[in-house]
Design a binder for this molecule. Sequence first.
Ligand code: C2O
Ligand code: CU
Ligand code: CU
Length: 489
Amino acid sequence: MITRRSMLGGALAAAGLPLLAPGILAGGEAHAAEALPPAGPRRAKGPVPPAFTTAMPVPTVLRPLSSTGAVDCYELKIRRSTAEILPGIATDVLTYGGHFPGPVIHARSGRRVLVRQHNGLDMPVTVHLHGGNVPSASDGNPMDVFAPGTARTYVYANRQPHASLWFHDHAHHMEAEHVYRGLSGSYLLTDDLEQSLPLPKGRYDVPITLRDARFDERGQLAYTMSDRNRTTVLANGRPTPYFEVAARKYRFRLLNGSNLRLFALSLSDGTPLTQIASDGGLLERPVAVPVLMLSPGERADVVVDFSRHAVGTRLVLTNTGPGRPEQVGKVLAFDVVRTADDPSSVPEVLRTLRPAAALPEAAVTRDIELSMDEDGRPDPRGFINGRMYDPDRVDTTVAFGSSEIWNVTNSNRRAPHNFHLHLVQFRVLERGGRPAGPTETGLKDTVRVMPGETVKLHVTFDGYRGDYVYHCHMLDHSAMGMMATFRVR
Ligand code: C2O
Ligand code: CU
Ligand code: CU
């Protein structure tokens, strides 16, 4: 739906005029007006429309094919499709079941989910449940692919607490491009604890996947490895869209689904975001975050209270991460279009986690070094502890049930990395020798590691035995070799 303001804004921007602050267009609300920087004309070359002229969709929630006693069964076809990402243009995408943005599966702890995936592409695929505590056979290991025309059933026992998980392709060397072209979806796992809290629910609980892309002149997704020109920001698969909200609290489940881009997110009215959850579910307490950092693969759930704003106000989610602000500085506009009752609230205490000091004692300490060629060669290689990924090699063997300390260092001088372990949720003890900040003290499966930095992780390898991978989640880097195998035995 196009509102008057978004139409006006679009018309002004299209005419090359700066967008007026929304408070002015809406005829009031000085506090919203003052925070919005004047937006320059954003007529990009090519078919990408001006900011805030397309509506952000809410991703489709899949219905189970069957739902018996304690099992929900889903069936999806992985196939090519087209999506109207840019107005009036059919863009070729790869999809789970034709959905772009990717679909959402709702799951509940203790209740089994079966997903039968049919490969309708002309290349092998594998499906990984990111953040999931799953047997190796259902983990979507990079080499555990299934061929075109065949199907594979993934079994998720959901033997873990609530968390905003996601699933995506992981076919060796192809994961980066496959995810870029659309093969990702949300897997929202809930449990009794989470359900007992008065947080915003239902239509006020919205998954938002952020990512970047580069479109060619015909509006098709252009992919080359290490591309620095992915300068169109997509929120739920639309370029810098608007989203109409009621003047009340919303929970947004943010996922950075980019390949390389780091987001640093804030609200244009200067109020902090209230972060309530990270990769592995709720934090112990809500944290007021002026700038939310989100590296590829990481999730953060935030609550935004729009009741502070009059109907007619526009709030912009801005990005001050790497890149030119005029290209990637605006992510999404929230347009307050109506009032609403709001029975929701954010409790002072969300859950209790073991304090860092009371975690099981670590038997082993390991040093993990992430690096890639930075000498400007055309095909840089990625390394973990000096070695490129070799699927036939087990790099690290850990004892089932044991706890370890992993000191993960980015030894590059310029390239940021991050670090993701399959199978487990870990705890971030330190960043750069200091105790981790409050947004990182919950359960995590992916953690940012900036150039020269070391993060100290506490990991307990329980759940399952088997082979899994760890890697940089900047997927071009893992495709370059920055990945390794660990065996739990
Ligand atoms: Cu999102 Cu190997 O993971
Ligand atoms: Cu993963
Ligand atoms: Cu990396």
